[in-house]
Design a protein around this ligand. Structure first.
Ligand code: 5GP
Length: 203
């Protein structure tokens, strides 16, 4: 266990497969948790309130912002998305790797707040796969899909600003990529200073 938890950003365009890959990575692993965001977007049929997101009204979201309860937030495709602050602090204090599944504006804000954050960009293996995944969801109309594709292109141009890039060619490969990164980050010296000095002091 490191001195404290690790904050991890996972970004990637809509349709890059973040949820599937994260579910695979988290399976059986209890030292990592995904932060549940708040959004004003409408719930999709397969989504569960409090699990995938906290689905709230714009009014409620803005109230939480004014109360300073959000770590970051961004407007994306006409809706607000944000990270509630308290649960992240609690999970970090428990030593967890806390994964923020957020878009690039949010990632920019978090980098400023937490310079030690580890950022990962999940890339689809090809444009065709990206488009097929977006269409396969069957939950959005043509206009929304096209809008998301335009945003996706802009987002992928920012991939180089991230510490790591993981290609989602298969769920297994991508989940293994995330696992490798988090396991290595846990072993960075600066995250283990307290443990090192504690052992030395007890010799
Ligand atoms: P979707 O509507 O497809 O679930 O999410 C749209 C985008 O919003 C995705 O890129 C997702 O990662 C991002 N997102 C989800 N939650 C948050 C959040 O709390 N903050 C920010 N900045 N982006 C988020």
């Amino acid at each position: 266990m490191t001195d404290s938890g690790i904050l991890v950003i996972l970004s990637g365009p809509s349709g890059s497969g973040k949820d599937t890959v994260l579910n695979k990575f988290l399976d059986g692993r209890n030292d990592a948790k995904v932060s549940v965001s708040m959004t004003t977007r409408a719930k999709r049929e397969d989504e569960v309130d409090g699990v995938n997101y906290y689905f709230v009204s714009r009014e409620y979201f803005e109230k939480k912002l004014s109360e300073d309860k959000m770590l970051e937030y961004a407007e994306y495709a006409g809706n607000l998305y944000g990270t509630p602050k308290a649960p992240v602090d609690e999970m970090l204090a428990e030593g967890k790797a806390v994964i923020l599944k957020i878009e690039i504006q949010g990632a920019d804000k978090i980098r400023k707040l937490y310079p030690d954050v580890v950022s990962i960009f999940l890339m689809p293996p090809s444009a065709t796969v990206l488009e097929n995944r977006l269409r396969g969801r069957n939950s959005e109309d043509e206009e929304t899909i096209n809008h998301r594709l335009v945003i996706a292109k802009e987002e992928m141009r920012r991939a180089a600003d991230y510490d790591y890039v993981v290609i989602n060619d298969t769920v297994e490969n991508a989940a293994a990529g995330i696992e490798t990164i988090i396991n290595a980050e846990r072993r960075k010296t600066f995250r283990n200073k307290n443990i090192i000095s504690e052992v030395i002091n007890n010799v």
